[in-house]
Design a protein around this ligand. Sequence first.
Ligand code: OFO
Length: 169
Amino acid sequence: MLKDKIQTALNEQIKIEGESSQIYLAMASWAETEGLGGTAQFLYKHSDEERMHMLKLVQYVNERGGKAIVPEFSQPDVGYKSLTNLFQTLLNHEIMVSEEINNLVEICLNEKDYTTHNFLQWYVAEQIEEEALARTIMDKLSMIGEDKGGLYLFDRDIESISVTTNSEV
Ligand code: OFO
């Protein structure tokens, strides 16, 4: 049985993962309307993966005898100044999510809930990968600068990149 404190913290994380999915969906849609089809596909996949992260938490809470709360979401930003601005926003968001996961891990340790602590290790590993990928993308974009040919290749290549590379969701 989950302690109330753990259940509340997990439900907050459910909301964060769902919001991540909404944010990346809005980013994908923006990229699509800017003619950046590869980037849009990458972000649509990323949005789906965040939804799976949310789902995994919902099922975990319910399996442990708790009650998952399906949250309300606010509308995400729908416009970006540039691709660099979009991916900087994504990187900042992932850094925030990593901090939230770390806080959750700390709560589990304080509450001696080692089962949830173990469950959360998948998220800890996932955040390392997501942050690293976002930083690599930012490095590439800063190399490309205003070069249209570089941007064309970037958009073509990013479509084949997957965010989740380890284990199943
Ligand atoms: Fe759920 O991994 Fe990004 O936010």
